[in-house]
Design a protein around this ligand. Sequence first.
Ligand code: FMN
Length: 227
Amino acid sequence: MDLRHALRSTPAVRDFLPLPVEESTIRRVLDTARFAPSGGNRQGWHVIDVRDPARRRGIRDAYVDAWVAYLAHLRAGVTPFSPLLTHEERAAVATHHAEARASIGSDDFPARLDAAPALLVVCARLGSLAATDQDLDRYHFIGGASIYPFVWSILLAAREEGLGGVMTTVAVAREPALRAILHLPEGVAAAAVVALGYPQHETTRLRRREVDDFATRDAFDGPPLGR
Ligand SMILES: Cc1cc2nc3c(=O)[nH]c(=O)nc-3n(C[C@H](O)[C@H](O)[C@H](O)COP(=O)(O)O)c2cc1C
């Protein structure tokens, strides 16, 4: 597949055909994704291909629990899990939990996560991350930049195999549960849960901001880039 086309049209896929995804296919996907970049080329990722039904249900339950919090944020009118939420906004979110929980249907993606044909948990070895912003007096996010290009490469490599999927992070909010289910050792964090399978639907056009909306010349408040 043409690279430009792949970059412009790879969606989040959450509905899969009832077809298995073999371990050998996942292996091929990872054998391509492993060429992703990482800070200092430390490659601090570890992938768990979760096949065991009980473990899958445990991951689903952690996901659903965190998804309730996600929906509660939406009901409170704030960006879910934004690190810039105020104390008051967080308090407002808490008041929406019960109704958010009641709104989740058995057909919703979170409730059927355990039925995804393939379920990968991507972990990060924290000791291998180049977290260059760790001493800054703001929210830290650079460490993840050594892992998420790899996760995106998994999705692109999966597409080349005819698979679709979605990178999810909401369950990481319940990392202690994931740690117990998957035996994550100390110093290893959950980074993403990736669902993969053969897509049920055709790709639709992706909705994204235009370049004029996010790129400027010389300074953040500079003029838009020329065409
Ligand atoms: C860092 C990251 C975290 C995400 N977490 C979740 C998640 O927890 N659950 C989910 O359903 N989708 C998750 N997504 C998928 C996004 O919702 C999706 O990429 C976005 O809505 C664009 O969808 P589209 O490509 O189909 O237009 C995540 C994506 C990224 C990049």
